[in-house]
Ligand binder design. Structure first.
Ligand SMILES: C[S@@+](CC[C@H](N)C(=O)[O-])C[C@H]1O[C@@H](n2cnc3c(N)ncnc32)[C@H](O)[C@@H]1O
Length: 421
């Protein structure tokens, strides 16, 4: 699309006059007028300015390449949050979430409060993945399936029954395969707990590989040595968020992965510690704090002589240890939560639960500047328990942003028909 048509399209999309668009973009009316009447050839800077403006307003120009995304097991939409960030970093990159699948009422409400498709509309929730009919005309096509299938069956915090999980959660990945066998998205990105890599689940992983091979996610179906999956265990603390959170990430590409493809971005360590992610003084809700009696009980039970610390630290009550490395232990579902924060005070011992804003910051959501303890997510007025469930189950948005950037960078020359980067 040439510059003058772009301006006309953008104005029509946002229903703005030339004057109003000039104001929105921070340029003069004369500039917009020159652009739209074709009197000026676009400079590189003009193009960049327009691309940034379009991505900020989620405008997809008609001839642009758009990566269509389906977000399975969506939770709070860690994938969608990360895609937004990738787009901010790469204004040429355009995506559209064409549908999601989630069964938890509160997760759906949180997702809807925070995410929209490229035209600003609510994204359709296709509900229970086991009930999705991928051949239905109302089920959209997409280029990437992304989803972290429920991890309880593989987690050390659960019974580790894997595919034999009594609630059927261990076979949910087979529904990813069932859907992708019909839709044939170019990419599949999956996530799970590290436990999935244990010997106990060798057969589950072998089945995943077999099924992905059968539906075409390899170069050569008959080559038993070619794995359709690139995988890596990534820890949030190695990518800038001070939470010890290890997850396995798996990626497959229709037709096979290019040689040397990797899902392990170079680490981005920094000096930030859990203390840097805590709410400012006075913002932590009162109900987070343990009473003196509870603190004394913890001391005896865990054989910890004192909770007086010089800098805020994490207490792991499951392992009965103070984490002197300054990192937070893994944020989990509230029913498994053994994470406590020890505040640093000269003459007092203060131990408390972690607030939701702290949990979400440690899940890679950024702080909103100038508004105290808030993070950049609409909590939709939900309860501590519900929000903690989302955080405990969620994707680290910071890590997923880094991972998606890394993956798309490696594929941009190969799959230039699908997206610009
Ligand atoms: C590990 S969490 C995924 C978290 C998500 N990636 C995020 O960033 O928040 C798994 C999610 O799958 C959902 N789920 C479980 N069974 C499902 C099913 N049959 N169909 C769709 N979603 C399901 C759960 O409610 C849970 O929110």
């Amino acid at each position: 699309m040439i510059l003058k048509d772009k301006i006309t399209y953008i104005r029509a999309h946002l229903n703005l006059t030339q004057e109003e668009l000039a104001k929105e973009m921070g340029v003069s009316f004369a500039t917009i007028n020159r652009w739209e009447t074709g009197k000026n050839n676009p400079t590189k800077k003009t193009q960049q300015q327009l691309d940034t403006f379009c991505s900020q307003h989620n405008i997809i120009l008609p001839d642009e390449k758009v990566l269509r995304v389906f977000e399975g097991f969506a939770g709070y939409g860690g994938g969608s949050f990360a895609l937004k960030r990738v787009q901010n970093l790469h204004p040429n990159f355009k995506y559209d979430v064409v549908g999601y699948s989630e069964i938890d009422k509160y997760a759906c409400e949180l997702y809807d409060a925070n995410h929209r498709d490229a035209s600003g509309r609510l994204i359709t929730n296709f509900g229970d993945i086991t009930k999705i009919d991928p051949t239905s005309p109302s089920f959209p096509d997409f280029d990437i399936f992304m989803g972290g299938f429920p991890c309880q069956p593989f987690s050390t915090a659960g019974m580790q029954k894997g595919e034999d999980d009594p609630y059927g959660r261990g076979t949910l990945f087979q529904h990813i395969i069932r859907i992708c066998a019909v839709k044939k998205p170019r990419y599949i990105l999956m996530e799970n707990v590290k436990g999935l890599l244990s010997k106990k689940f060798d057969a589950t992983r072998a089945l995943m590989i077999k099924l992905l091979r059968e539906i075409g996610y390899v170069k050569d179906k008959n080559n038993p040595n070619e794995s359709p999956i690139a995988y890596a265990v990534l820890n949030s603390k190695d990518y800038g968020i001070p939470q010890n959170r290890e997850r396995v990430w798996m990626f497959a590409r229709l037709g096979g992965l290019p040689d040397n493809f990797s899902v392990e971005p170079p680490q981005r360590k920094n000096d930030l510690k859990m203390a840097d992610f805590l709410d400012p003084e006075g913002y932590v809700p009162k109900e987070m704090y343990l009473s003196k009696k509870q603190i004394d009980h913890l001391k005896v039970k865990h054989n910890i002589p004192s909770f007086k610390v010089d800098t805020p630290l994490c207490l792991d009550i499951y392992n009965k240890k103070i984490k002197y490395d300054g990192y937070s232990i893994t944020i989990t579902l509230p029913e498994h939560n053994s994470l406590r924060v020890i505040e640093a005070h000269k003459n007092r011992e203060v131990v408390r639960k972690m607030s939701v804003t702290e949990q979400f910051r440690l899940m890679g959501l950024e702080g909103l500047k100038g508004v105290g303890r808030k993070v950049d997510i609409d909590f939709n007025g939900q309860s501590y328990t519900q929000l903690s469930r989302r955080a405990g189950n969620g994707w680290d948005v910071n890590l997923v942003t880094i991972l998606l950037e890394y993956i798309l960078n490696q594929l941009q020359n190969l799959d230039f028909d699908l997206f610009d980067f």
